[in-house]
Design a protein around this ligand. Structure first.
Ligand code: AMP
Length: 407
């Protein structure tokens, strides 16, 4: 997909104050960053702007901030790590108000190539609400130009993602996308709109309800749609199979039938599990040891729960991946948090690592699984945004992309 949006290559940042919305929503444990992927992914855009002599003002959200601003969700650890990665000082504005006197002073003191990081944007409740106008304007007041590079947040029309662009435009500035956004959209966009075929999509995860539009849209675009994980059991029940105590959404049985009919009408292959790894009771804690038994879907006992695809399904899915030229994967095919029930999610990751096809991992759990297994560098692209990549695969327009100026 040609992205008809202006990028950082289309602006002259020299001497300008450039507000960059990054996705620094990194996992933290006891104040330490446990996965720096998102920080590393933001570096190309930041380095480009520094080298161009811009005054680089970074902002991001971190966490959900359910109970108001707090030190546990401060961006301070990001400022520290980012400074190490860039090899230069990152001035951190710790003020919970995000914008305001402290931020304004820090920006006024900036020289060309300097970097300032504002506090967690969600510390301002307005970030998420429709009344974010004031906050959007305050952010825009700090800058001349705006760069959105927060793919992981681009599906939300928040103040710092989309709201700010209106005020930048009003004062004659430009709104563009960063390199990370460009890369994400090119990979996901090409896969969906212009794939080298055969195009195989693999969907897993817990609930059908979360992926209704993804299933429907991907059926239209791909050649083969593979469904695993908890969501497969609603499809199997809709086909009349006994699914025992497996995860099911009875309100979506008709939807699943519709999708199976749609696949037939379009001449697409829809692959569902033919066997399951089952357990008697869901493990508590989730990684507790489990005793498993494998059953064909034709022969599942009523007192068992399907928690991973079985060995026959594993081969069926792997064969489809072998002949593919483009593969998109979103969602684990089993309860991968449990080592015994993670086997087939690992085998899917291996199958993708071994194929010559263009392989795209749609963020979230599947991205984490691929990285943990050390297959990260074997994939063509691992998305940094779970929710955003899903909405993209649904065919939705992402507000963070839409808000950038057209070329
Ligand atoms: P999602 O957030 O929708 O991608 O779902 C991920 C979750 O789906 C993980 O926590 C998995 O444990 C869960 N999951 C995958 N397969 C199953 C299954 N067969 N039964 C229950 N949960 C599952």
């Amino acid at each position: 997909m040609g992205l008809n949006k202006k990028s950082v290559d289309d602006i002259n940042a020299k001497g300008k104050r450039v507000l960059v919305r990054c996705d620094f929503n990194v996992p933290l444990k006891n104040g330490e960053i446990t996965d720096e992927t998102r920080i590393v992914a933001a570096l190309p855009t930041i380095n480009k702007l520094i080298n161009d002599g811009g005054k680089v003002i970074l902002c991001s959200h971190l966490g959900k901030v359910k109970n108001g601003p707090n030190e546990g969700e401060s961006l301070a650890p990001v400022a520290k790590r980012l400074s190490e990665k860039l090899g230069k000082e990152v001035v951190f504005v710790s003020d919970y108000n995000v914008t305001g006197e402290e931020a304004t002073k820090a920006v006024e003191a900036m020289k060309e190539g300097d970097v300032v990081l504002l506090q967690n944007t969600r510390f301002r409740g307005a970030e998420e609400t429709k009344n974010g106008e004031e906050f959007s304007k305050e952010l825009a007041d700090l800058a001349d130009l705006y760069v959105c590079d927060a793919f992981g947040s681009s599906h939300r029309a928040h103040a710092s993602v989309a709201g700010v662009t209106k005020f930048i435009t009003e004062k004659g500035g430009e709104n563009v996308v960063g390199y990370l956004m460009q890369k994400e959209i090119e990979f996901l966009g090409n896969a969906v709109e212009n794939p080298v075929r055969p195009f195989v999509a693999i969907l897993g995860g817990a609930k059908v309800a979360d992926k209704l539009n993804v299933i429907s849209n991907l059926l239209e675009k791909c050649d083969t749609l593979i469904i695993g994980g908890g969501m497969a059991y609603t499809f199997l029940k809709a086909q009349g199979y006994e699914i025992g105590k497996s995860l099911v959404d009875d309100t979506k049985l008709d939807y699943c039938k519709e999708m199976m009919d749609k696949a037939k009408e379009l001449g697409k292959k829809l692959l569902l599990p033919v066997d399951s790894v089952t357990i008697a009771d869901f493990p508590n804690p989730i990684d507790a040891p489990v005793e498993v038994e494998v059953y064909d879907v034709t022969n599942m006992p009523a007192d068992r729960e399907g928690c991973d695809i079985g060995p026959k399904t594993r081969e069926l899915f792997a064969d489809a991946v072998k002949t593919a030229k483009t593969v998109v994967w979103n969602g684990p095919v089993g309860v991968f948090e449990n080592p015994t029930l993670a086997e087939c999610t690992i085998s899917v990751a291996k199958a993708l690592a071994e194929t010559d096809a263009t392989t795209i991992i749609g963020g979230g759990d599947s991205a984490a699984a691929v990285n943990q297994l050390g297959f990260g560098d074997k994939m063509s692209h691992i998305s940094t945004g779970g929710g955003a990549s899903l909405e993209f695969l649904e065919g939705k327009v992402l507000p963070g992309v839409d808000a950038a100026d057209n070329k």
